[in-house]
Write a protein that binds this ligand. Structure first.
Ligand SMILES: [Zn+2]
Length: 79
């Protein structure tokens, strides 16, 4: 492995940069522990909000961040 120098919890420097940028970044860590992609604004049933999509693989380095099971479990915990 060549990623020994990367801070724990991050698969690569680019992901660390995104997740360190805060909740307004395109990629961020949700309260549930999931890493979500903010795909923009959406309107549903007259209510405006952020369109959030869970990210299974890091878009920068391709590391698997969370499995379908992880995502399902986290979403159930939120509901
Ligand atoms: Zn990565």
């Amino acid at each position: 492995m060549e990623d020994d120098d990367i801070a724990a919890g991050y698969c690569c420097d680019d992901m660390e940069t995104c997740l360190s940028a805060g909740p307004d970044a395109a990629l961020f860590e949700h309260d549930s522990g999931l890493i979500l992609l903010n795909a923009g604004r959406t309107e549903q049933d007259g209510e405006e909000g952020n369109l959030l999509i869970s990210v299974q693989f890091c878009p920068f380095c391709g590391t698997e961040l969370q499995t379908d099971e992880d995502i399902d479990a986290a979403l159930e915990a939120v509901d």
